[in-house]
Design a protein around this ligand. Structure first.
Ligand code: CO
Length: 193
């Protein structure tokens, strides 16, 4: 009785093992045309479009008018400029910051603050500690030479910079005090002849 059952199960195993063999080659064959059809289509066209619009951006931002400039920032946490060049002949220099993104200032707020390079970290740290209710600017911070207010989607803010506050021999930078943005949003302010 036990032997008989063992034999039956052995036969059943053998049968099931054998039955898979003819199925296997049949399964792989029809998949080939499907694979080659899906491989060609959607890859090529997409990546060229953003590159073109970035080039247009760069061309527009390099055309600074004397004693004023426009700096744009968006949801990508970047300014569209890495430097602001201020002519020494300007008594006052006007900077307009525009938020080109869709995110509100509570999530992706930007400002533009100018300070000496060695003061940047401290100004940003104290600004973060001052909190959203203070637009991430420490009240009365004398290290700050100029700053815009904090803005969000589609807003803009203008600040007039008194250029007599710059002194020769110092390096100056502009940056965003929204917490976490300093690493991505920082550029040089250069006084030029
Ligand atoms: Co920012």
């Amino acid at each position: 009785m036990k032997i008989y059952l063992a034999l039956i199960s052995a036969v059943a195993l053998t049968l099931s093992a054998c039955s898979q063999e003819p199925a296997a080659p049949a399964a792989s064959a029809p998949s080939e045309p499907a694979a080659s059809a899906s491989a060609e289509a959607p890859a090529a066209s997409a990546p060229t479009a953003p590159a073109a619009s970035e080039a247009a951006h760069a061309a527009a931002s390099s055309a600074d008018t004397a004693c004023q400039t426009v700096v744009e920032a968006g949801d990508d946490m970047k300014y569209n400029k890495t430097e602001i060049n201020i002519s020494k002949s300007c008594k006052e220099y006007t900077i307009t910051l525009k938020h080109m993104g869709t995110m509100p200032k509570t999530a992706m707020g930007h400002d533009l603050v100018i300070a000496k390079s060695e003061d940047v970290d401290g100004v940003a740290k104290d600004g973060a500690a001052a909190g959203a209710e203070n637009d991430f600017i420490k009240a009365g911070d004398e290290r700050i030479i100029a700053h815009t207010k904090l803005i969000g989607s589609s807003e803009e803010a203008t600040v007039k910079v008194d250029t007599s506050k710059f002194s020769a021999g110092n390096k100056y930078e502009f940056f965003c005090t929204f917490p976490g943005h300093l690493a991505m949003m920082r550029g040089s302010v250069n006084l030029i002849d």
